[in-house]
Every structure is written in C-alpha cells, then in structure tokens.
Ligand binder design. Structure first.
Ligand SMILES: *Cc1c(COP(=O)(O)O)cnc(C)c1O
Length: 439
C-alpha cells in the first residue's frame, strides 16, 4: 500500500494524516471531507523553488490555483513564497481577499471579460498572460482609459504534443489557447504589443498539457519558444526577460504512474534554456513555471462514509459512499483512476474487490471501478487518495448536494479551511416565483 506525505497508520489501525487520526476528523467534521496535508504542499513547493535557487536561476514558481482555490490555500501559497496563477475574476477576488501579494499574481484565460481585465488593473496584479487578439485590443483600451501600464506575457502554442490524455491536452496547434508559434499569429501579436506605450511585454508563455511524466516535452517546447525569442531579438532588438514554461508535472494516482521529483522535472528544462540562450546569444531569461496538480494533488485525501452495498451476482460488488461526482467529477469526466483504503481498517489485508459508487443520480457516478480494498461494512470510512487537485475546485451542487468541508492538517493540528455547505446555503440565491399562472 502506498502512503503519501505524512500519512501513517496508528496503533488503532487508523489512517493518520499530519499526525491526526482521519477517523476522528470524519467524526468531528463529517463526511464527505477533503483533508489536506499542508506539510506535503510545503515540501513540493520548496522542491521547485529550491532547485532554481541552487542552480542560481531567477524564477517564479506560480501555483496554478485552479487545481484547488480558497482563501487558506492562497495564504499557504503566500507563506511558501509561491506566485499565483488565476484564471477568472473569482479566483483573483479570492486571492486579493486572502491578502496574496498582487504583484505576484498572473492572470490567465482564453476569454477574459472586460470586468475581469478591469479588476486586474485595479488590483495591480503582476502580469496578464495574453491569449488572443481580442484581449490585446481590450487591454489597450482599458490601459488607455486608466492611464495605467500593464505587464504581459504572450501565450503561444508551440505545437508540442504532451503524452497524456487527449481531453486535457492544451499545447497542440489545434488548441483554444494562445497564439500559434508557427503560423505567423505569434509574430502578429508581438507587433501589436511591443511598441504600445501602455504595455510592457515581459516575454512568452507556453503550457503543453497535464499529468506529464517525461521531461522531453518541456525541453522541446522551451527550445521552440527560445528560437522565437532569438528571432525577435535579431529582427526587432527585443530582449525577453521571462520564459514561462507552464505546469503539467505528473503525480502518482495509482501504481501505474511513475512521477519524477520536482527537481527532476525542472533541472532538464533549465539546462535547455541555458543551452539555447548561449546558442542564440540571448541573456538568460527568468524561468517561470506553473505547477498546479503537482503541488496539491497527492496532498489531498477524500474521506467518505460507506452506506449501501449491492452485489450483482457473478459481475461485481458495489459499495456506495456519501459523495461522488459532486465532489470529484474526474472519474466520470475523463476516466481518472484512484486508489483507496478503508481508513478504520488500514492494517487489514486488501482481500476484497469493490466498485465504489457515488450517491448521485447518474449511472456513470462511480469513483473507482474494481478497487482492491479491505473487507467493507456500512459505516466504515473510505479514504480515497490523491484527490487534492481538480476535486473540490470542480465540485458542484448536482442533486442539490451540499459541497463538502475542507480541513488542513499539520503537526497534529487541524483547522477548517472551507466550511461544509448547509441546506440554507443551497437556497441562498433562489428567489420565489412571482409570475402568475395564466388562464
Ligand atoms: C492548468 C494549468 C496549469 C497547471 O496544470 P497542472 O496540470 O495542474 O500542473 C498551468 N498553467 C496553465 C496555463 C494552466 O492552464
């Protein structure tokens, strides 16, 4: 059995995280419950930051916060000297509310609204990662109105295909994101921004996909983007200060996943940028990266209470839990795989096989197909591992199920980071019917 971060099994045979008994957490806070091992988030963050420091390379490690966003998570990121990627006005608002230093916030997205861009100017964020021509025109307009200058990166698609699931790949030429590096769009975008008095072009950004386990893709993309920087220096005398190589560093969900350590992911790309800089006679740019999943993914564990059980003779045994696709849509959405244990019997051998079903009204609401588990009974607590990224952040109120609570644990202490939604919360925006019934 693979345990993550500070996870251990105590003398009662219970799974503990951060020195706290998960069965006690389930009792105190209820289930479903997300438990975050904040020491592991700190360790992953430092793994990236320290590598750049040790190699003497100027860098920003920006937490791509769409993986898991809330006030406490943003404050943790600030404590660890991370920068922050936001992709919406809502994430930006949350970051500002959390007191996150605005000058280390980067704003992403392929269809930022006027209101969102205005908020970016008003809060004084570090830079906007510009995605398309419409956005360039909006930024110019807003900057002029506000007589304010904005730093930007241009997002480009280098045409490097990451080896990962098709649904979650964004680096191909056929992408909704960014300016194509190879068909003239990136050059046109460069021309539109480089001499604008309200825009300071810091450099280029690319993001080649998600859950990537090899370093070649990052190096290949870095090389291509560097070549464009070289061409712009030669033709226009433009010197890029920043090369942002995105995120997508893979993590272990099941034994099939073989992730690299943070320093391994980063070392190769740094070498490529150093080599290319020399070859192209460019000053070494700052390297920015944007890990999301790899900072929080394996630090999150979902706790559920097992309720009903069903046997389909000669087919499979089901156990049903008190959550499902409303708190983790990844298995239903793209067939994501997870492992789990019965947290109150963690020392028992895994002698049974169950399909873990959610409680939502969809046949596809299954969290794990054919999970190898300890013998399960109603009332047991199921701990599902590695749910820290794109779990809570994609949660919904489907079936009017309140979203779970989120707890942070560290050094034997625990704190609520997000309260469980109540039934009152569910109707807070609902209004009574005022239209009258016709004849
Ligand atoms: C989603 C995203 C990331 C983070 O991806 P992970 O797979 O969570 O590391 C980084 N950069 C951009 C632009 C993204 O859209």
């Amino acid at each position: 059995m693979h345990l993550y971060g500070t996870q251990q099994i105590n003398e009662l045979g219970h799974l503990t995280i951060g020195g706290v008994d998960t069965i006690e957490l389930a009792k105190q806070y209820g289930t479903p419950l997300f438990v975050y091992d904040t020491a592991l988030i700190r360790k992953r963050s430092r793994g990236f930051i320290d590598t750049f420091e040790q190699l003497g390379v100027k860098a920003q490690v920006a937490y791509a916060s769409k993986a898991f966003a809330c006030v406490a998570a943003y404050q943790l990121a600030a404590q660890e000297n991370l920068s922050l990627d936001v992709v919406s006005g809502g994430e930006l608002y949350t970051a500002i509310k959390a007191g996150f230093p605005a000058d280390r916030i980067h704003f992403h997205g392929n269809n930022k609204s006027i209101a969102e861009l205005e908020l970016a100017f008003e809060t004084g964020i570090g830079c906007i990662v510009v995605d398309n021509f419409y956005e360039i025109s909006l930024i110019k307009e807003i900057a002029q109105q506000k007589t304010q200058k904005m730093k930007i990166l241009l997002r480009v698609t280098p045409g490097v295909e990451a080896h990962t699931h098709d649904f979650i790949t964004t680096g191909q030429a056929d992408s909704k994101f960014g300016f194509d590096l190879n068909n003239g769009q990136a050059d046109e975008a460069f021309k539109q921004v480089v001499n604008d008095e309200h825009i300071e072009l810091l450099g280029l950004h690319c993001h080649i996909g998600s859950q990537i386990f090899e370093t070649e893709g990052f190096s290949l993309a870095a090389g291509k983007v560097m070549q464009k920087m070289g061409a712009w220096k030669e033709q226009h005398g433009f010197v890029a200060q920043v090369l942002n190589l995105g995120g997508g560093f893979g993590i272990r969900y099941t034994e099939e996943d073989k992730p690299l350590e943070p320093h391994e992911y980063v070392a190769d790309m740094i070498r490529t940028v150093q080599d290319e800089s020399k070859k192209l006679n460019l000053a070494m740019p700052e390297i920015w990266i944007e890990p999301g999943r790899s900072l929080v993914g394996d630090a999150g564990t979902s706790l559920y209470t097992i309720g009903s059980q069903k046997t389909v003779p000669n087919v499979r045994d089901y156990i049903a839990v008190d959550g499902g696709m409303s708190d983790n849509i990844r298995p239903a959405l793209y067939d994501a795989k997870y492992e789990a244990i019965i947290a109150n019997k963690a020392n028992d051998p895994k002698t049974s096989t169950y399909t873990v079903a959610g409680k939502l009204c969809e046949s596809g609401d299954k969290l794990i197909i054919d999970a190898s588990l300890q013998n399960a009974h109603t009332g047991d607590i199921l701990a599902m591992f590695c749910t820290g990224a794109y779990g809570y952040s994609m949660a919904s109120n489907y079936n009017r199920v309140p979203r779970p609570a989120v707890v942070f644990v560290e050094n034997g202490e625990h704190q609520l980071a997000i309260k469980r939604e109540s039934y009152e919360d569910l109707v807070v925006n609902d209004l009574p019917l005022t239209l009258t019934k016709g004849e």
